[in-house]
Design a protein around this ligand. Structure first.
Ligand SMILES: [Zn+2]
Ligand SMILES: [Zn+2]
Length: 352
């Protein structure tokens, strides 16, 4: 089939059109390129890393001698409990302001400085998912917290200078815009049709089948029909739950399995540590029922090829519509073609 090269596709969760222009992917390029980052022989411990065990952080606190996962309050938070509550009103009639309160945490995945989530075992990934469950419950229960945003920025291509595997959690008094939109859209779909919107998306993906990258009993990973980024992948339990905290032990294991499958394939594709922004889309904790909301993980990779970044420019920043230079079907096929043993581990196996 030759579709997906030049068309608009409807993004039902964002209620916007995505312009697929895959025929442009091979156009001449004279701009900046990101070089392929060769596999680095970085050490398992770095004395100048503020995330490694036993090291001091910027505020003088010392990390514990942790052995698997380590959580601490961010020393330089974007949102914090000490944000001013009494603000000066801005001038003019249209300008408004409001306190930006919250709690910001860092979760280290491993004491090893030189590993990544993709290289961790399924049982180690499961520990992380359990930590995400616990953090959602604990932070979401705080009266001032209306939303818990858990995300991992990975790689220099998304501005991360420290390779130590970690993610961040922003627990805030406000609901982040994309989540608020998804909650509204899912609620409307639920009220109008009696159906969970994300289940309709899953059903469409199952009927087509070409974009499903990994699947097991209770979890699934796919490049959505309406993907905005090359290799963008959604990972979700098949049952509709408002958050990760609602998954059973076996559902969490399945989610760990599918997540690992995707991350290993990412790395194997170009034999690099594949950069991405990974975000958990979970229902707000503001006390309102998020009818028809279905927890899922979205991964947004910034690279179109090992050398080319997807820059947000005129269409996206200027016009507000996303232009994708790649075909979701082709990108899913590339991912599916990858082996599920991490390339570093297969090199190690050969060396034995
Ligand atoms: Zn480190
Ligand atoms: Zn989402």
């Amino acid at each position: 089939m030759n579709d997906g090269l030049w068309e608009q596709r409807w993004h039902p969760l964002r209620e916007e059109w995505v312009i697929i222009a895959a025929h442009r992917n091979s156009r001449p390029w004279n701009g900046a390129t990101i070089g392929v980052i060769p596999p680095e022989a970085s050490p398992s411990y770095a004395s100048d890393c503020y995330l490694c065990p036993r090291n001091s952080r910027v505020n003088g606190a010392v990390n514990s001698n942790y052995s698997n996962i380590f959580v601490f309050d961010n020393d330089l938070p974007c949102v914090g409990p000490f944000a001013p509550v009494h603000l000066n009103s801005p001038l003019g009639t249209i300008n408004r302001n409001s306190p930006a309160l919250g709690k910001s945490r860092v979760v280290c995945y491993s004491p090893l400085h030189n590993t990544t989530l993709a290289e961790q075992s399924q049982s180690e990934i499961l520990l992380l998912l359990e930590c995400w469950q616990q953090q959602y419950c604990e932070l979401g229960a705080r009266p001032e917290v209306n939303h818990v945003l858990t995300f991992e920025n990975k790689g220099k291509a998304v501005g991360v200078s420290n390779p130590h595997p970690h993610c961040q959690i922003y627990a805030t008094n406000f609901v982040f815009k994309t989540i608020a939109l998804e909650v509204d859209v899912c609620r409307r779909h639920w009220r109008e049709s009696g159906r969970v919107l994300f289940e309709d998306i899953l059903e469409s993906e199952q009927i087509d089948g070409r974009r499903i990258v990994a699947e097991c009993d209770s979890a699934i990973a796919f490049v959505p029909y309406f993907a905005r980024y090359a290799y963008e992948t959604f990972i979700a339990p098949k049952m509709a739950y408002p958050s990760i905290a609602h998954l059973s032990g076996s559902e969490l294991q399945d989610l760990a399995y599918v997540l690992k499958e995707v991350l290993v394939r990412y790395d194997n594709m170009w034999q690099i540590s594949f950069p991405y922004v990974l975000v958990l889309h979970q229902a707000p904790t503001d006390g309102k029922a998020a009818e028809g909301f279905h927890f899922h993980v979205e991964i947004h990779p910034p690279l179109r090829t090992p050398q080319l970044m997807k820059y947000l420019a005129g269409p996206e920043l200027g016009g507000g519509s996303f232009l994708s230079d790649t075909s979701p079907e082709e990108k899913a096929a590339e991912l599916k073609a990858q082996p599920t043993l991490h390339y570093k581990q297969s090199v190690e196996a050969l060396a034995l």
